[in-house]
Design a protein around this ligand. Structure first.
Ligand code: SF4
Ligand code: SF4
Length: 68
């Protein structure tokens, strides 16, 4: 099953990946990380990740890895 991994310490909470994901599987956390940002969170529901990699391509901080 395709999935992604978000490196919370690289993430600056810009939210671009939340807009990029066509399945809306990424949100921003309400918790602040060590750098003072609210990092992106990946959460699958009954809707699954397709491995399209749009989130990773959009991320300016190269914080998302896609596994197909
Ligand atoms: S790989 Fe595609 S479907 Fe999966 S989280 Fe990223 S944008 Fe969404
Ligand atoms: S695009 Fe990258 S830096 Fe921006 S919220 Fe998503 S994972 Fe974090």
């Amino acid at each position: 099953m395709p999935t992604i991994e978000i490196d919370e310490l690289r993430c600056k909470g810009c939210g671009l990946c939340t807009i990029a994901c066509p399945k809306k599987l990424i949100t921003l956390s309400e918790q602040i990380n060590n750098h003072g940002y609210t990092p992106a969170l990946f959460q699958e529901t009954e809707i699954k990740c397709t491995g399209c990699a749009l989130c990773a391509e959009m991320c300016p901080d190269v914080a998302i890895k896609v596994f197909k």
